[in-house]
Ligand binder design. Structure first.
Ligand code: HEM
Length: 525
């Protein structure tokens, strides 16, 4: 009896000690270490709002966002009668950053849950860190890894170190001019189909079209055909629909990211739904890959390249990595481009003179001929419009990185493990960098300075990121943009629909919350 009592006491003691050790570990890794990292950043001159455990600055962020939403809601108008809605979007989409910038400047530390982030909207600091860290040595914030796993897995967007070099090396040739040229026909085919459908709708008395929805579907069709050889009915639509559902599930309610166990305790249903959708998408891609292995395609599209890499022992991608790259390209490859085209159509609808300028250029460069890859580089003015739209409405509104080692900048040090959040929208809308006309749509600013648009700092314009990790798909995007815009502008003139409501919002990418309904008029019978 006495022995049993001793045993029970011993077990109780072990349980108590284990709980205390676990609690200690939680406190150390979720508070003490981040606080030490924060203090280290403070010593290097980075101030910021004070965090509380375990939400960090999330409560304050929510409060500021709510107040901003109430203000923009009360001043929200229909824009049909006025084409003059504001492009000054930073304080609408990131009101907390705009407010903190007023207090702490263009670089400060804020906390998502128990994770400190170094916020940067200062191009000089971006330049310094970019010079100090090579592409291979950048990491991606671990706190987002879990959340984004079902969407990107360990694809190029999320890989780090030698794995990143291996993936980038395999994928880069898929974006060389010869590979891009081979995609021209798919792009022309899919867009021509969409334009024909629009004509039928307009002719049947329905001139209002939500161009954002339509263009996103067409861009999905293009990437499915061009990268994976999928026909419309061959799984492309299913993959797209699932990816869209996954994006909504993951990012429409991600406000507690960084809070310990938030995915398990705060939104378990969301976490389960995302895992399920992620698994469905994986299964679809595994089956597409197996079919392709059974009947290899002679064309060297992205999928062929990924599969062929598996026969090279030195750089081989595992089957899992091939699937993750498929997801990354499927998602990253269509939405960003579709948004750039959609915002462009919106801006052109408000500026008919720019529609005419581009139509004139299309007539000169392409005329009645079929679109050929070699003609696209001569569409210079369209290139200015592309740059200007990506300045005002960058599809990727921020860049997130993590320091894998200490970053020594001479006068300051960014400690190993620091999460970094670069606010692209803030830099693109900063009047000290661009001048007083910063919030005006002025494509001509790219006429003299085709790369930086007259920005007074080379790192102030970063729609595709910077350094070795710069976007791999930017040339593909620009090509698709020019083809789609050429075909639309040669067929229709565009104006704003009375139902349009200007509501830029972020759901990972910068998108119009209520679509972009436009009124289309055919240019010829
Ligand atoms: C308007 C169109 C696009 C925009 C604005 C855009 C923007 C970006 C940005 C800002 C980055 C992060 C760069 C950094 O961390 O410095 C990025 C990376 C990436 N983008 Fe794009 N992108 C676009 C189109 C595309 C397309 C069409 C594809 C694929 C077909 C693509 C695939 C990727 C990949 C795989 C990465 C990760 C690259 C790496 O880390 O090595 N993007 N993109």
């Amino acid at each position: 009896m006495e022995l049993i009592c001793v045993l029970i006491m011993l077990i109780m003691w072990v349980i108590r000690v284990s709980i205390m050790v676990l609690f200690g570990k939680v406190v150390v890794s979720w508070w003490i270490l981040p606080v030490l990292a924060h203090n280290n950043l403070k010593r290097n001159g980075f101030e910021g709002p004070s965090p509380t455990f375990p939400l960090g600055n999330i409560t304050e962020m929510k409060k500021i966002m709510k107040a901003a939403a109430a203000i923009s809601g009360s001043s929200s108008t229909s824009f049909a009668s006025s084409n003059n809605f504001s492009h000054d979007i930073h304080s609408t989409i990131f009101p907390h950053f705009a407010q903190w910038q007023n207090s702490y400047g263009k670089k400060f530390v804020y906390w998502l849950g128990t994770e400190p982030f170094l916020y940067i909207a200062d191009p000089q600091l971006v330049k310094k860190i970019s010079e100090a860290v090579m592409g291979k040595n950048w990491g991606k914030p671990a706190v987002f890894r879990n959340d984004r796993e079902p969407m990107f897995g360990d694809g190029l967007v999320m890989t780090e170190g030698d794995d990143w070099i291996r993936h980038r090396h395999i994928l880069t040739p898929a974006f060389n001019p010869a590979s891009l040229k081979a995609m021209t026909n798919f792009m022309v085919e899919s867009t021509t189909k969409m334009v024909k459908e629009w004509r039928s709708l307009v002719n049947s008395g329905q001139p209002e079209i939500d161009v954002e929805r339509e263009i996103t579907a067409t861009a999905g069709d293009i990437i499915a055909k061009a990268s994976f050889g999928m026909s419309s009915g061959g799984g492309g639509e299913e993959a797209l629909n699932n990816l869209r559902a996954l994006q909504l599930t993951l990012f429409s309610n991600s406000s507690y990211v960084g809070v310990p166990f938030s995915s398990v305790f705060l939104y378990p249903a969301r976490t389960l739904a995302a895992k399920k959708l992620g698994a469905q998408i994986d299964r679809l891609f595994f089956s597409i890959i197996s079919q392709r292995k059974l009947s290899p395609d002679s064309d060297s599209d992205l999928l062929t390249r990924l599969i062929q890499s598996q026969s090279n022992q030195r750089v081989a991608l595992t089957p899992r990595e091939v699937v993750d790259e498929c997801k990354t390209f499927f998602f990253g490859g269509h939405e960003t481009t579709a948004l750039a085209i959609s915002w462009t159509l919106l801006l052109l609808a408000t500026r008919p003179e720019w529609q005419n300028i581009l139509r004139e250029e299309i007539k000169e460069v392409i005329g009645d001929k079929d679109i050929d890859f070699s003609m696209l580089s001569s569409l210079k003015k369209m290139g200015w419009v592309w740059n200007e739209v990506l300045r005002l409405y960058p599809s990727a509104p921020n860049i997130q990185r993590q320091a894998k080692g200490d970053i020594d900048l001479g006068d300051m040090k960014i400690p190993k493990g620091t999460n970094i959040w670069i606010d692209i929208v803030a830099m693109h809308h900063d009047s000290t960098l661009w001048g007083d006309d910063v919030n005006e749509f002025k494509p001509e600013r790219f006429q003299q300075d085709t790369i930086h648009g007259g920005c007074n700092h080379k790192m102030g314009y970063l729609p595709f990121g910077f350094g070795g990790r710069m976007c791999i798909g930017r040339n593909l995007s620009s090509m698709e943009y020019k083809i789609v815009l050429t075909l639309i502008l040669s067929t229709f003139s565009l104006s704003l629909s009375p139902s349009y409501s200007h509501s830029p919002a972020t759901l990972l990418s910068l998108r119009p919350a209520h679509g972009i309904p436009l009124i289309l008029s055919p240019l010829y019978p």
